[in-house]
Design a protein around this ligand. Structure first.
Ligand code: MG
Length: 339
């Protein structure tokens, strides 16, 4: 595999500027990995996130570190995946890109879709939610009206005008809703007030109500909350799951936090052992990263794989949206190709 890889960056323009409680982005620029071996190509995407201390530079350096592990023994790709996951010098989104590229390549070598390489039986996945970011109220109403084809919407809150946002949403839709506060409610009493109100507005679950790391307060909230609470910023990989079981009802698994599809699959199994519900989520990603996640989506309870749907132009193709479900192609590996 010597010299048969490329690490490069690609800018992704968003259809609309994207705002959550932490800030706004109009575009993303991510690092990609193209691994080539025996005429086959494995693709990886690193949708880095500054919330987790990652930058484009640190991720590119991490991809080079990971490639050194792969090139050390190119005939043992599964072994390389394990060494990459265990290397603390490699940022998690870079681990995710390396893992998905190795999985893509292995699937193509074996003639199997990525899910089959992982040992996941194909089933019909849950419908995906479609996320509505924070915006002025007219824009929120317009975005909700434009999202009528999706069976469920995820509303970003955690602002000082959450009630006005919810009123605007409910003016124009009766769709079921999920709410993501993105750590934006500052104390458990405030969070409880919001959640009690939201429970009367057709909301089915609440994601990350409080800043991460305050599990005692989440446990207090769970005792009183009329809606299920899901951890997002509070959960990274499978090592986090045991301590969350008494605090949250469920977890949001993302490949870019976990460090790739193999660890995300371990998280699904660990969460089941602890009786936690499972949402499969994403960052803003192209169809490359979303496809890697979608291969796991038949094994979860809730799907939130809409990152690629927020892009003005997707550099990969291969995914399709079918009756509100994100479906992978039948091709081996991840089932995507660079456009
Ligand atoms: Mg979230």
């Amino acid at each position: 595999m010597e010299d048969c890889y490329q690490i490069f960056t690609q800018r992704l323009e968003l259809t609309n500027p994207w705002t959550i409680s932490r800030g706004t982005a109009a575009q993303k620029e991510y690092a990609y990995l193209k691994l080539e071996s025996g005429g086959l190509t494995g693709w990886g995407e690193a949708a880095h996130n500054s919330r987790y201390g990652e930058s484009l530079g640190s991720v590119r350096a991490g991809l080079e570190l990971g490639m050194a592990w792969i090139l050390e023994n190119p005939t043992d790709l599964a072994g390389a995946a394990g060494r990459i996951f265990a290397d603390p010098a490699i940022p998690r989104s870079a681990k995710a890109a390396l893992d998905m590229a190795l999985l893509d390549l292995e699937g193509k070598q074996r003639g199997l879709p990525a899910r089959a390489v992982l040992g996941i039986v194909e089933t019909v996945p849950p419908v995906t939610s479609f996320s509505i970011g924070i915006d002025d109220l007219d824009t929120i109403r317009a975005k909700v009206l434009a999202a009528g084809d999706y069976a469920v919407l995820k509303i970003k809150l955690g602002t000082d005008h959450d009630e006005a946002i919810m009123a605007a949403v409910r003016e124009v839709t009766d769709q079921p809703l999920r709410v993501d506060a993105n750590e934006g409610w500052k104390d458990p009493e405030t969070a409880l007030r919001h959640i009690v109100r939201l429970a009367g507005q057709g909301v089915e679950l609440i994601e990350q109500p409080l800043p991460a790391g305050r599990l005692d307060e989440v446990a207090w909230l769970r005792e009183r909350s009329p809606l299920p609470l899901f951890a997002d910023e509070d959960v990274m990989d499978s090592a986090d799951i045991a301590k969350l079981a008494g605090c949250y009802h469920g977890i949001n698994i993302k490949l870019m936090k976990a460090g790739g599809p193999r660890e995300a699959w371990r998280m699904i199994q660990r969460a089941r052992e602890h009786g936690l519900k499972i949402m499969l989520g994403c960052m803003i990603e192209s169809s490359c990263g979303i496809s890697a996640a979608a291969h796991l989506s038949g094994a979860v309870d809730f799907v939130d794989l809409d990152g690629h749907l927020l892009l003005a132009a997707d550099p990969f193709r291969g995914l399709r949206l079918e009756a509100g479900r994100v479906r992978t192609s039948e091709a081996p590996g991840l089932g995507v190709e660079w456009v």
